[in-house]
Design a protein around this ligand. Structure first.
Ligand code: BGC
Length: 745
C-alpha cells in the first residue's frame, strides 16, 4: 500500500471513530466536524498546518484561468490550503486533483472568490440593492449568486461587505449597505442567509465572509486604506452591529480590514479578533486577512519586518494569510523560536479544517465540480428575471417635476449621454465573472420599446464620462431640440467607484454636467438617469432637471429595469441608504447626527453651521419618491409610558393619495431626549414596505421594546436608560411626525 493511501486509511479510521463517538454523545454537526478536524490535525506536520493557513490567488488571462509559477508545487507539497479567484469547474477540478491525489495527506482545497453581487448574472451593486429595503429580494440575489458560483466550482465568497460608511468620497460605499447600523444589520443577515442558506448539502451555497473587520468604512478624509480613529462608543454603537449581525446569522468566516483602528492595525488587533469576535460574540469560524494586510503592517509602522508582522497577526487571532506568504515564510521559525505557540497554529488549522468538513469536501472533494450544472445553473432565464426584478426595486426616484415621469409610449425621446448605449459599466465594480457585453443597455431596451410602440427614438452620446471633448454636443443638442423629452444617462465609469477609487470631488465627472446644462437650456424636459456607485453632489441638476432617477449600476438587466421604471411598468419604490450632500464640504454628512449645544439656526450666527451653505443635505437618508403620493397621519401609541420589560406599539396610518398603485417604505425613528451620553437626533428603529392601491389606507404597526433603545452608556453598559423619547414616523428621515413616550424604571 502506497504511503499516501496509508495516510488516507488512517484519516478514515479516525474520522469514523470521531463521528461515531460524537454521534453517540448526540453532539452538534459543528462538534462532529471539529472532532473530524482534530483527527486530521493529529496527522499533520507543522509545515502542513502552516500550509492550511496559506491562501493564494490564481489569475485570469485572455485564454482563461492561469496559475503562477510554483503554486501548483506548493499545493502538491501541502504548502497552500486554499486559493481564490480560481473558478470554472475544469480549473478547480484540476487544482483539487493535485491537492487530493498528489499531496501527502490529500486535504482538499477551498476555493474563494469575490462573489459580491452576482457571479455571471450580475445583480445591482450592493449599495443599490440596499435601497430596495427589501430583505427577501436581497437574500434572493445572494442565493442566486451563490448558486451560480457554486456551479462554477467555488465554495467561498468574500462577501458580504458590511462596512457602515458616512463617507461618499470613499469608493467602496458601492459595496456596502449605506450609513445606518440598523438597516445594515438586517441586510448583513439577509446576505449571509442568501449565501449560506441551510448549508452545503446540495453544493449550491457558498461560505460567507463578513468583511472588512473592522471600521474600514470610516477612513479619514474618505481615502481608501486610510487611518480610522473613533471612540469605542461610536464604534460599538454604529460600526460594529452589522458585523455582529452577520456572525450571529452564522457566517463561517470573517476578513480583517486594511486600516488601523485607534492605532492598532485590524489585522493584528487582539481587541477586535480575540475579545470582540471570539470572547464576546463566540465567533467560531476562521479569520482570513485582507490581501497582503499582514505585510502592510510594516508600512503602518507597527511591525519591524515581515516576520514580526506574522507574529503579531497570528497571535492576535488571524487564521489564514491572504496572498502575503508571511505565514508560509515565517511561521515555522516563529514556532521554533517560541514566539508563537503550536497550540495557536492548531486552533487556526482546526477552524479551517472544520469549514472544509462543513462544506463536505472531505467526503467528496469534487462535490462542487459538475460540468453539467455549470452549463444549466448559470445565466438561466430565472436568474435574469430575478435580476430585472431586484434592479427595478433598487432604483430611487429623486425628483419628478410635474409628473414628467412616467413617459408616455407616444412621446418622442432623445436618449443622450455617455452611458446611454454603454454596456460595460452596467455591471459595476466587483462583478464576479460578469461580462458587460452580456448586459442590455438603456438604448437596447428603449429600441425594443420604440419598435413595439412606434415612438420616435434618437440617440447621441454627447460626450464621454471623463475628458473634455465637446465635439458631440452639437448632435446631442440637435436631436434634443427635435424630441418631446430628453433622457440623459450620465454618471461614473465603474472604475470611479470600488476599491482604491476615492474621489475628492464627487460631482458628475468630466463635462457631463455642462452637457446636461445645455440640454436643459433647449427648454425640453430633461430626465436625468444617474449611474454611479456613491452619492454624488448634483445641486444644479437637483434644481433644474425635470426628473432625476438614481439608477446606480443595476447589472445585467439594467436597461430593461430602467425602461420599466421610466415607462411606469414599475412604480419606483427605492429609498436612499446614504445621505446625498449638496457639496463635498458637508462630508461627513449623515442623518443620525447629534444635536450639539448650539443646534442649527439659519437666522443667527453663533451656532453649528456653514456660512456659505445650509446644513441640510440635497437628499436625506430614507428619501425616495414614487409616481403616486402618500399621506401620513400622526403616529399613535398604545401607551405613553412603559417599563424595561414591557413594549410599546406604535401605529401610523398611511394613505395612497395619488392615482397609481405604489409601494411605500414606512419608516420609524426614535430620539432619546436625555442620556448619560449625548444621543443622536434620530435613529432608525423599524420600517415596513407596503403596497397601496389608489385611495387605499393601511395602518402600519411597529413594536418597540427597551432593548431596541439600548446603547453604550457613560459606563459602557449596553442598555436603555429610562426617560423620554420621541417616536417619529414618516417617508424618510426628514419629514417626520412625532409623539413622546417615556421609559420608566
Ligand atoms: C479587497 C477585499 C477582497 C480581496 C480579494 C482586497 O483588495 O479589499 O475586499 O476580498 O482583495 O479579492
Amino acid at each position: 500500500m502506497a504511503y499516501r493511501s496509508l495516510i488516507f486509511f488512517a484519516i478514515l479510521t479516525l474520522l469514523f471513530a470521531a463521528c461515531d463517538s460524537s454521534q453517540r454523545s448526540g453532539s452538534s454537526v459543528k462538534d462532529r466536524n471539529l472532532a473530524r478536524a482534530d483527527s486530521v490535525l493529529a496527522l499533520m506536520t507543522l509545515d502542513e498546518k502552516i500550509g492550511q493557513m496559506t491562501l493564494y490567488t490564481t489569475d485570469w488571462g485572455s485564454t482563461g484561468p492561469t496559475i503562477r509559477e510554483g503554486y501548483e508545487e506548493d499545493i502538491r507539497q501541502g504548502r497552500c490550503g486554499a486559493t481564490f479567484n480560481s473558478h470554472t469547474v475544469a480549473f478547480t477540478r484540476r487544482l483539487q486533483e493535485i491537492a487530493v491525489n498528489e499531496s501527502r495527506l490529500g486535504i482538499p482545497l477551498i476555493f474563494g472568490f469575490d462573489v459580491i453581487h452576482g457571479y455571471k448574472t450580475i445583480f445591482p451593486i450592493p449599495l443599490a440593492e440596499a435601497c430596495s429595503w427589501d430583505l427577501e429580494a436581497i437574500e434572493l440575489s445572494a442565493a442566486i449568486a451563490a448558486r451560480e458560483a457554486a456551479a462554477a466550482g467555488l465554495h467561498w465568497t468574500f462577501a458580504p461587505m458590511v462596512d457602515i460608511s458616512r463617507e461618499p468620497r470613499w469608493g467602496r460605499v458601492m459595496e456596502g449597505a449605506g450609513e445606518d447600523p440598523y438597516l445594515g444589520s438586517l441586510i448583513a443577515r439577509a446576505r449571509v442567509r442568501g449565501f449560506q442558506g441551510d448549508g452545503f448539502d446540495n453544493a449550491d451555497r457558498l461560505v460567507a465572509c463578513i468583511k472588512h473587520f473592522a471600521g474600514y468604512g470610516a477612513p479619514i478624509a474618505g481615502r481608501d486604506y486610510n487611518t480610522v480613529d473613533m471612540s469605542e462608543r461610536t464604534f460599538r454603537d454604529l460600526y460594529l452591529p452589522p458585523y455582529l449581525a452577520g456572525i450571529d446569522e452564522g457566517a463561517l468566516t470573517v476578513m480583517t480590514s486594511f486600516n488601523d483602528l485607534d492605532g492598532i492595525p485590524a489585522t493584528a488587533n487582539p481587541w477586535l479578533l480575540r475579545k470582540i469576535l471570539r470572547q464576546e460574540n463566540k465567533f467560531d469560524g476562521f479569520v482570513v486577512t485582507d490581501y497582503t494586510s499582514i505585510n502592510e503592517m510594516v508600512n503602518h509602522g507597527y511591525a519591524a519586518d515581515d516576520q514580526h508582522a506574522g507574529e503579531l497577526a497570528v497571535n492576535a487571532g488571524v487564521d489564514m494569510d491572504m496572498q502575503g506568504a508571511i505565514f508560509q515564510n515565517h511561521l515555522k521559525q516563529l514556532v521554533e523560536e517560541g514566539k508563537v505557540l503550536e497550540k495557536t497554529i492548531d486552533d487556526a488549522v482546526r477552524r479551517i479544517l472544520r469549514v472544509k468538513f462543513e462544506l463536505g469536501l472531505f467526503d467528496d472533494p469534487f462535490k462542487f465540480c459538475n460540468e453539467e450544472r455549470e452549463k444549466t445553473n448559470i445565466f438561466s432565464e430565472d436568474h435574469l428575471k430575478a435580476a430585472r426584478d431586484v434592479a427595478r426595486k433598487s432604483v430611487v426616484l429623486l425628483k419628478n417635476d410635474q409628473n414628467t415621469l412616467p413617459l408616455s409610449a407616444k412621446t418622442s425621446v432623445a436618449l443622450i449621454g455617455p452611458l446611454a448605449a454603454d454596456r460595460d459599466n452596467l455591471i459595476g465594480p466587483w462583478s464576479g465573472s460578469g461580462d458587460g457585453q452580456q448586459c442590455t443597455s438603456v438604448l437596447d431596451a428603449f429600441k425594443e420599446r420604440a419598435a413595439q410602440s412606434g415612438f420616435i427614438l434618437t440617440h447621441a452620446k454627447g460626450c464621454d464620462v471623463l475628458g473634455d471633448d465637446r465635439s458631440g454636443f452639437a448632435e446631442a443638442l440637435r436631436i434634443g431640440r427635435q424630441a418631446d423629452v430628453i433622457v440623459a444617462v450620465v454618471g461614473e465609469n465603474r472604475d470611479l467607484s470600488g476599491e482604491a477609487a476615492a474621489r475628492g470631488d464627487i460631482g458628475l465627472p468630466g463635462i457631463q454636467e455642462e452637457l446636461v446644462r445645455q440640454l436643459v437650456a433647449t427648454g425640453k424636459p430633461v430626465v436625468v438617469v444617474l449611474m454611479n456607485g456613491r452619492p454624488l453632489t448634483i445641486p444644479w441638476m437637483a434644481d433644474h432637471a425635470a426628473a432625476i432617477v438614481e439608477a446606480w449600476w443595476l447589472g445585467t438587466q439594467a436597461g430593461p429595469a430602467i425602461a420599466d421604471i421610466l415607462y411606469g411598468d414599475y412604480n419606483p419604490s427605492g429609498k436612499l441608504v446614504m445621505t446625498f450632500p449638496r457639496h463635498v464640504g458637508q462630508i461627513p454628512i449623515f442623518y443620525n447626527e447629534k444635536s450639539t449645544g448650539r443646534p442649527y439656526d439659519p437666522d443667527s450666527k453663533w451656532n453649528s453651521k456653514y456660512l456659505d451653505m445650509p446644513n441640510a443635505p440635497q437628499y436625506p437618508f430614507g428619501f425616495g419618491l414614487s409616481y403616486t403620493t402618500f399621506a401620513y397621519d400622526a403616529p399613535a401609541v398604545d401607551k405613553r409610558t412603559f417599563t424595561l420589560n414591557d413594549s410599546v406599539h406604535i401605529s401610523v396610518k398611511v394613505t395612497n393619495t395619488g392615482s397609481r398603485a405604489g409601494e411605500e417604505i414606512v419608516q420609524l425613528y426614535v430620539r432619546d431626549l436625555v442620556g448619560s451620553v449625548t444621543r443622536p437626533v434620530k435613529e432608525l428603529k423599524g420600517f415596513e414596505k407596503i403596497m397601496l392601491q389608489p385611495g387605499q389606507s393601511k395602518d402600519v404597526s411597529f413594536k418597540l421594546t427597551a432593548a431596541d433603545l439600548a446603547f453604550h452608556t457613560a459606563d459602557m453598559r449596553f442598555t436603555a436608560e429610562p426617560g423620554k423619547f420621541w417616536v417619529m414616523t414618516g417617508p424618510n428621515s426628514r419629514d417626520l411626525h412625532s409623539i413622546e413616550i417615556e421609559l420608566v424604571d
